[in-house]
Every structure is written in structure tokens, then in C-alpha cells.
Design a protein around this ligand. Structure first.
Ligand SMILES: Cc1cc2nc3c(=O)[nH]c(=O)nc-3n(C[C@H](O)[C@H](O)[C@H](O)COP(=O)(O)OP(=O)(O)OC[C@H]3O[C@@H](n4cnc5c(N)ncnc54)[C@H](O)[C@@H]3O)c2cc1C
Length: 525
């Protein structure tokens, strides 16, 4: 017989099981729902009025970190999560349905690095948080050669090289050097104070490319495709969509572009044993009944010196609320009074949410009997100037024992928008075409056949609205400055988009949760 806490725990994990059921061959795709409505319902908040010290909106990494920090200080906390699972933009996928019952891959955020000890800019916050729960890391497979596909030509090069040698190489080196140098001039806590902030925030990365790379040409030019791919692979957005200042801030926030792009010693260095969503599940378990799933927050009202947070059939009254969701989603909630009426700077926050869009991404995983590409001396990492899948990794799960083998690929920016609107069958056919170009005919029929195809369709998810993170077009940073995290009334803002270091990453989510919790503690004395 399960206690109430058992039920909550099963509901939390149920989301992971639901994901497992949702992504196999021939099944529909959904990164939100639970397959066990009764368990999910058990932890839904729907019973009228409640009261606590602090409400946290969102049970992603940021919200869960904030809730635990406040609980540890003796405050009463309720976490309200719209989905039937925790973890937000992290999502584990069990390979049990493919016959690998103890293997897990991820459909959202997964990589961690640099690790502590690997340089001055480690992702120590998420690393330490995971370690607290006994969740270790393992190295991303990075042996052998990388593949590059450009101008219709497939080449391989050593994974020890910094960049592939093709027409895009000279400009990529120019861009790497320039972006790293310019990013050093961007203050992390106030990018709008960079010496050339106004100039940089008046142009897109594409305009910079057209004026600073040679010969003058757009991102699609063979000479520029590598720079274009660097932006696409980091932000899942097109160079024309993002402000140069925002891009430089992102680079600065990660301690340099090399950290963002590199596997060994960089942002893709390692992965979490058992999958990154375990970190959120572990945090959620410590919160027990203070967490409510399937409980979307629709409205935040200020009344009588308190804040009333409500959704379908419930209201929670609290001293403070932490909104730990992406700014673009925060803009979908109703505020009463409206933010513009609540505070003299409230309109800035409201307008910011109208100008901070999620990028576009699909993450696909092909599961094989074994990692056959390794037989050819390939690391499973590839770049391409065309096709839907333009960046790939060997995503074979821990612990490696030769079986299964998983090839992962990203579809980003324009391609993600095109392919999000197509059927699963069309995407699958396209993914096989693209992957076969990179890794040969065994992609279609390797020994043992293809075991599974899994996709994270983040653009279609109501509670993400895209991924991996929000971007800003020109003007966003200098006009709205710190509105992304300035408290308004009794509302505090959290989520990776508010972080100064490793913004957009799981590590930034931890920073933002810690910072928001500290703000509330200070405010409540
Ligand atoms: C495909 C992909 C690949 C990525 N790769 C990496 C990577 O390799 N490494 C890395 O570090 N990061 C990666 N990221 C980014 C990383 O996953 C995020 O930065 C991080 O998980 C964000 O955490 P968060 O808590 O700030 O926000 P979220 O995870 O978005 O959490 C917000 C939560 O709030 C909930 N919510 C939203 N609206 C409401 C509402 N109205 N009421 C109640 N609840 C609500 C959501 O359901 C969600 O659970 C990736 C993301 C994606 C999508």
C-alpha cells in the first residue's frame, strides 16, 4: 500500500514513464503528459484555498532549487507545475521498450561541462547539485574522427582538431577570435553597460557577419556556413534573429565560445549517469507534498499586501511568489493589477516578455543494436552545411557495453520550424537521409536493424514553447536591461534566462533558483 508520499513519487516518475511511451515508433509525440492520469491527478492542486509563505511557479531545475533553498530556511513553500512531470526542459527517455531496460537517453538538456577542475569557468552549480544526490557524470563519447559535410562533400577530420577544413574555416577562425575578444568586454551582470553596447545591440549577428567576414556575404555562403552553424548549434536560432550584444553576452556567460562549442573540456564534455532529469526528480522527492503536478498557474494577483496565485479551481495566498519559467511563458499569465499598473517599471517587464522569444529545436535519437559508426573510427559527431540535421553526437547511454548505440542529432532554427510542421514519418525519412549522408548506408540497415527513433519536439510543447532557451533581437538588452530579473511587487523572477553565468543552461537554472531564493529571504527578513 502506498502512502501519500509514495503516490507523489510515483506521479513524479510517471512523467518519465509517460515519455518512454510517447516517443517509440508509431506513437504520438508529447513532452508534457503523464500516461497515468489517476496518479497525476493525485498530486494536482484543485482544492480551493491554501496559504503558504512562498509559491514557486514551475518545477524545472530553477524552481526546484529555489523551493528547496526556502524550505531549508523554514519557510512554507508550494511548487505548482503545469506538466504531469518535473524537470521542464530536461526529459529522460527510457530505452526499456527497445529491450534495454536499464538504459536512458535524454530528449532535452543533457550535457555538462566544463567540469570542476577543467578550467576557470566550470558548470559547478549543476555538477555539485547532482553530486548531492549521488548522481555522477560520464564522458561524452569523443574518440576517433569527426565528420563534416559541406558543398556536397563528406570529409573526416581528427577530433583533436579545432575545426573542420573547408571553405568556411577561415571565417570561423576569424569569428572565434573576434567573438571571444568582444565578449570579454561584456559585463555579465550588466551587458548593457558594455562599451559598445548600443552599437552591438543595434545589429544582428548576421549583420556583423556581412560586415566583418570575407568576402561580404550572407550566412548561407560557403565561406560563412561554419559561423552560421556555430550560432545555430549554440542558440538553435538563425544569425539574423539575434542581437550581436545578446550573442556576445551568451558567449561571455559561458566563459568563451570554445566552452560553448567544444566537447572535451567544453560544454559537451560529459553527461549525467541515468539522465539529467534525475536531478529534478531527486529534488522533487525531497519536497514531497509541497509539489503539485498538473497545476498550471494562470493568474497572479496582488491584494491586501499578499499575492494570490491561482489556476483551474485553486488559489494559493502567499507572501511572495517566484516565477521560475521562461520569460516568454511568464508573459502568457494574467497579472492583476497588470504589471504596468503595479510598479513604475512593471511595463518594462511586460514588454520584455513580448520580446524574448524561445528558439526552435527538435532533438532526435536513433537507437541501434550497437554503435556501428565506431567500427569506422568515427566519434559520432558531425557537422553539415545542409539538411535538417546539422549537428550530431554519439549519445550511447551509460554504461557502455557495446549495446545499444545511439546517434543523436539536432534540427535547429529554420529547419526546426519547417520540420516541426511535418509528420513523424516525414521527419524520420529525412533524418535517415541526413544521417546516412554523414555515417553511411548502415544508418538505414545496420546489423541488428534500427531499434528505435525518439524525438523531442519542443516547439510543439505548450510549457516550453520551443528551446533550448530564449533569445533577444536587437534593442532587447539595452532597452530592457535587468527587467528580466528585477522583482516587481511581490513577484521574483527565476529560470535560466535570468542567469548571469551559463545562462540558457542547466547550470544557469541553478544559479537563478539560488538567487531568487536569496532575494525572497532578504525581502522576508
Ligand atoms: C533540446 C534541448 C537541449 C538542451 N541541451 C542542453 C545541454 O546539453 N546542457 C544544458 O545545460 N542545457 C541544455 N538545454 C537547456 C536546459 O534544459 C535549460 O536551460 C534548463 O533545463 C532550464 O531550466 P529552468 O528551470 O530554467 O526552466 P524549465 O526547465 O523550462 O522549467 C520551467 C517549468 O515551469 C513549468 N511551467 C511553465 N509555465 C507554467 C505555468 N504557467 N504554471 C506552472 N508551471 C509552468 C514548465 O512545465 C517547466 O517544468 C537544452 C534544452 C533543450 C530543450
Amino acid at each position: 500500500m502506498g502512502t501519500k508520499n509514495d503516490v507523489s513519487r510515483r506521479a513524479i516518475l510517471g512523467g518519465m514513464a509517460a515519455a518512454a511511451g510517447a516517443f517509440g515508433f508509431g506513437c504520438s509525440d508529447d513532452v508534457s503528459s503523464s500516461d497515468d492520469a489517476s496518479l497525476a491527478h493525485a498530486s494536482r492542486l484543485s482544492n480551493g484555498e491554501q496559504e503558504c509563505d512562498v509559491v514557486v511557479v514551475g518545477a524545472g531545475i530553477a524552481g526546484l532549487v529555489a523551493a528547496r533553498a526556502l524550505s531549508a530556511q523554514g519557510l512554507s513553500v508550494l511548487v505548482l507545475e503545469a506538466r504531469g512531470r518535473v524537470g521542464g526542459r530536461t526529459l529522460n527517455q527510457s530505452l526499456a521498450r527497445n529491450g534495454f531496460s536499464d538504459r536512458t537517453i535524454e530528449l532535452g538538456g543533457q550535457f555538462v561541462g566544463p567540469l570542476p577542475g577543467q578550467g576557470p569557468w566550470p558548470q559547478d552549480k549543476i555538477y555539485n547539485l547532482a553530486a548531492e544526490f549521488g548522481i555522477g557524470t560520464f564522458k561524452t563519447y569523443n574518440e576517433g574522427n569527426y565528420v563534416n559535410y559541406g558543398q556536397g562533400l563528406r570529409t573526416t577530420y581528427s577530433s583533436a582538431s579545432r575545426v573542420p577544413l573547408d571553405l568556411g574555416t577561415p571565417n570561423l577562425i576569424i569569428a572565434l577570435t573576434a567573438f571571444n575578444a568582444l565578449a570579454k568586454q561584456v559585463p555579465l551582470d550588466a551587458p548593457w553597460d558594455a562599451p559598445k553596447a548600443a552599437e552591438w545591440d543595434s545589429m544582428t549577428v548576421e549583420s556583423w557577419m556581412r560586415s566583418s567576414l570575407l568576402p561580404p556575404a550572407g550566412p548561407d555562403a560557403p565561406t560563412n556556413h561554419a559561423v552560421q552553424l556555430a550560432v545555430q548549434s549554440v542558440l538553435s536560432t538563425e544569425p539574423r534573429e539575434v542581437s550581436l550584444l545578446r550573442w556576445l553576452f551568451y558567449v561571455a556567460s559561458a566563459g568563451g565560445l570554445d566552452n560553448l562549442l567544444n566537447t572535451a573540456g567544453g560544454g559537451q564534455d560529459s553527461r549525467f549517469v541515468g539522465g539529467s532529469q534525475r536531478i529534478s526528480v531527486a529534488m522533487a522527492e525531497t519536497l514531497g507534498e509541497r509539489l503539485h503536478l498538473n497545476t498550471a498557474v494562470r493568474r497572479i494577483q496582488h491584494a491586501d499586501g499578499k499575492v494570490k496565485v491561482s489556476g483551474d479551481g485553486y488559489t494559493v495566498t502567499a507572501k511572495r511568489v517566484i516565477v521560475a519559467i521562461p520569460p516568454s511563458l511568464a508573459g502568457r499569465m494574467a497579472y492583476d493589477p497588470p504589471l504596468a499598473a503595479l510598479h513604475p517599471r512593471g511595463f518594462l517587464r511586460d514588454q520584455l516578455t513580448q520580446r524574448f522569444p524561445m528558439a526552435s529545436v527538435i532533438k532526435i535519437n536513433l537507437v541501434y543494436e550497437r554503435p556501428f559508426w565506431r567500427d569506422d573510427g568515427l566519434a559520432g559527431q558531425a557537422t553539415s552545411d545542409s539538411g535538417a540535421v546539422r549537428v550530431t553526437f554519439d549519445n550511447t547511454p551509460y554504461p557502455e557495453s557495446g549495446s545499444p548505440g545511439v546517434l543523436m542529432g539536432f534540427i535547429e532554427g529554420d529547419e526546426a520550424r519547417i520540420w516541426s510542421a511535418r509528420s513523424r514519418e516525414e521527419r524520420y525519412a529525412k533524418v535517415l537521409d541526413d544521417m546516412a549522408r554523414l555515417f553511411g548506408p548502415r544508418v538505414r540497415a545496420p546489423l541488428g536493424g534500427i531499434q528505435g527513433y525518439y524525438e523531442g519536439l519542443w516547439n510543439l510543447d505548450e510549457w516550453a514553447g520551443g528551446g533550448p532557451t530564449c533569445n533577444q533581437a536587437p534593442g532587447g538588452l539595452i532597452q530592457y536591461r535587468s527587467a528580466v530579473r528585477d522583482p516587481i511587487g511581490l513577484i521574483h523572477w527565476s529560470g535560466t534566462e535570468t542567469a548571469t553565468r551559463w545562462t540558457g543552461f542547466m547550470d544557469g537554472a541553478v544559479e537563478s533558483g539560488q538567487r531568487a531564493a536569496q532575494e525572497v529571504l532578504t525581502a522576508l527578513g
